[in-house]
Design a protein around this ligand. Structure first.
Ligand code: MF3
Ligand code: CO
Ligand code: CO
Length: 257
């Protein structure tokens, strides 16, 4: 697996795709309310991506995925399929994962939302998981390694008595949705590939309140849940390694890196 670095022209396309993906999350936030179905959230995002942004929702038909976004509620770790039948109730936590393609390049980002009144333990999981993402991003600079990113995430999660999902990881991204390298959310300092300017990838830690083991729903082929039924949270950004550190393409207006 070779990791190709992007040209300045490619990086500019990724900057645009990343900004659009972040805008979808900002647009959908006020719609995440008690009583809405995940199917409605999907159709709102689909219309916005194709209509307003004139972009393509990358998940739709990707390896057979049937919808335009992923919606992962409570014990769903990732790849939840939106449906009219799943109606959000007070206390739920949900990850919404958006990937858009614009001018042939991808922007991939996800965020957690609380529905109604959520338990303090659930909000704490969400908060620590976002800190895991931010610590991973902080580790990104030329000369650092993928192991440094994984270590930053794993050590913060485990210090807080949470566990890191191993079966899914961040990924290189560009004109291809998922490309080399794999960005593991666990690891040891100094190990793995050394980062160089022009590399583009996601960091997207999935952190479980209980044990790290997951199971795949064999009926739909997509939905991944925690084996123990406890909560899971995830946040994701798409970024590039720069000469001096990192540029986060999917930063929202309330975030600065
Ligand atoms: N957006 C997910 C990721 O972060 C991938 C979703 S693939 C799909 O890599 F097919 F489930 F949409
Ligand atoms: Co991703
Ligand atoms: Co994603």
């Amino acid at each position: 697996m070779t990791v190709k670095t992007k040209t300045a022209a490619e990086l500019e396309k990724m900057r645009i795709a990343g900004r659009l993906a972040s805008q979808v999350l900002e647009m959908i936030a006020p719609h995440v309310q008690v009583g809405v179905s995940t199917g409605e959230l999907d159709s709102i995002c689909h219309s916005y991506i194709t209509g307003e942004l004139e972009a393509i929702p990358a998940p739709l038909n990707y390896k057979g995925f049937p919808k335009s976004i992923c919606t992962s509620v409570n014990d769903v770790v990732c790849h939840g399929i939106p449906t009219e039948k799943k109606i959000l109730k007070s206390g739920d936590i949900i990850n919404i994962d958006i990937t858009v393609i614009k001018n042939g390049y991808h922007g991939d980002t996800s965020a957690m939302f609380c529905v109604g009144k959520t338990a303090p333990h659930a909000e704490r999981l969400i908060c620590i998981t976002q800190e895991c993402l931010y610590r991973g991003i902080d580790a990104v600079k030329p000369g650092a390694t993928l192991g440094d990113i994984g270590y930053a995430i794993q050590s913060h999660a485990e210090k807080n008595y949470y566990s890191v999902v191993r079966e899914y990881c961040g990924h290189g991204i560009g004109d291809i949705f998922h490309e080399a390298p794999q960005v593991l959310h666990y690891g040891r300092r100094g190990e793995g590939l050394a980062l160089v300017p022009g590399m583009t990838f996601t960091i997207e830690p999935m952190i479980n309140a209980g044990k790290r083991q997951v199971k795949l729903n064999r009926k739909d082929g997509w939905t991944v849940t925690t084996q123990d039924g406890r909560l899971s949270a995830q946040w994701e950004h798409t970024m590039a390694v720069t000469e001096t550190g990192v540029e986060v393409f999917t930063a929202r207006t309330d975030e600065s890196f």
